[in-house]
Ligand binder design. Sequence first.
Ligand code: URA
Length: 194
Amino acid sequence: MADTWESLRAECMQCQGCGLAGGRTHVVFGDGSQTARVLFVGEGPGQNEDEQGVPFVGKAGQLLDDMLAMIGLDRTQVYIANIVKCRPPQNRDPLNTEREACFPFLRRQMALLQPKLLVCLGRIAATELIKPDFKITREHGQWFERDGMLLMAMYHPAALLRDPAKKPETFEDLKSLQQKIREVCPETVLRRDW
Ligand code: URA
């Protein structure tokens, strides 16, 4: 039977597909508009996200909200998901086995959403979605085309919190994203124009 958002979410909530299931408080399925044209994909839930069941609600999430606001967007106009839906212990990188077990959920979310633009937040999402040897320092801000969708990666907000010197480059990436939204997502209303 074809997925609906409700059936997919319900299936994801029950998932026991990898070892992360045993340590979770909440599955973090995703947040935002189910008709968004722009999809942001992070790595996996941290402590705050695990507690609340919503992606990007901790300090990195506040910065993501600020980044969206800089280009006239808020999280109700985009969709936000992660490569893995359950928190890795001590926020370690998700293992390959965990990513592989979880990836079909993201694929099915993408099939429902059919985004025009996909923004990878950080290296883990970029290596999973753009190419396995993606180099975030060299290739952030570049656009790639895949199956009629345009993809780019920017630094993960947590990386920007650790190293604020990366913020000016990220601002350029955000402006490039805003330009692409103007070009290919006319239905997305930008409340701020650079
Ligand atoms: N970092 C992520 O990659 N995802 C979240 O949801 C929160 C922090």
